[in-house]
Ligand binder design. Sequence first.
Ligand code: SF4
Length: 372
Amino acid sequence: MLNGGDLVTFRKKLLGWFHQFRRDLPWRQTRDPYRIWLSEIMLQQTRVAAVIPYYEKFLKHFPNVHALANAPQEEVLRIWSGLGYYGRARNLHKAAQQIVANHEGNFPHVAADLLALPGIGKYTAAAILSIAFEKQLAVLDGNVARVLARLAAVRGDVRESQRWQTLQGSADSYLDPDSPGDWNQAMMELGATLCTPKSPQCLLCPVAQFCEGRKLGIAESLPEKRQKRATVEVTLAAGVFTDKNGWTLLLPPPEEESTVALADYIPTLVSRLWHFPTVSVTGDASKNLRASLRKLLRGGGNGNLRLAPAGKVRHSVTYRDITIVPFRINVKKLPRIKGTRRAPLDDINSALPVSNLTRKVARAVLAVSAAP
Ligand code: SF4
């Protein structure tokens, strides 16, 4: 652990580097806690380049916490659509409503109040409070943990509870009390740009002289890998009804009024958003799908459907490798089924919030239809 003069130099070098080389990101031009909160939530599990256009679009629609709190959830999900991990958008919306209801629309600046909001954990609370309000709270996420593990040559799984606590202790003691917001951003920036998971650029690193991992020649192998769960292969079939005007039928988010039996993991795959009728396959995909569609159409259409295969779509979610077999089902009129909605197949997201997976399925069906 660094202390005394070494700690002073370490802080000076890292902050100096950050002020000179930091990337010019839209959320770095503000101290507005609403905007910082939004960026932190969007950046969870998503790359900076992917976040920037969504961040700007989201702020255009919901420029402040009141606008977000007053919007219907479906509209929030529609604007978020494509960014993935939709629980983040649901929590943002709920938290905005609580900030308006319980804090008169003023962003809380006490950790306990922030931690009581949905979707805000210790890391996000520390990031918002330090960057927006200069509170002395050190952030620790995967990026920062990697830097700290390398600096002190920490071996073993950094996510292991005791080790994580130790790293939080290091993060707390390194935090620059005079500029905690910039300090946290500097640590994150180092992890994102130089001290990257593969091939850390130690020659350019402003704090290389303090790095035990580099001195021992083991920086690249830290943090040590966790045991990976074995991959599970899953096959699904999706039914894409299409009428003569190019409109299609979507089922509601699974937790609401689902009208067709769904395997228990499908809600996660479709991110609890609007989706095509989708079933898990054990054997003949068209047979499985037809049987489920019959149930879906019971009393609302005829079961005599022509299922035209439309290639295959591949998708990975955590440890699952998923293959989806989409079928186009041309119909004169879309079946009328309670709780379902219609949307133009070539622009489904303009009408309803859907996941990337649902969009991939729509594109596969459109590609086959467009082929000569
Ligand atoms: Fe990371 Fe290399 Fe800097 Fe150590 S010297 S903190 S491994 S970039």
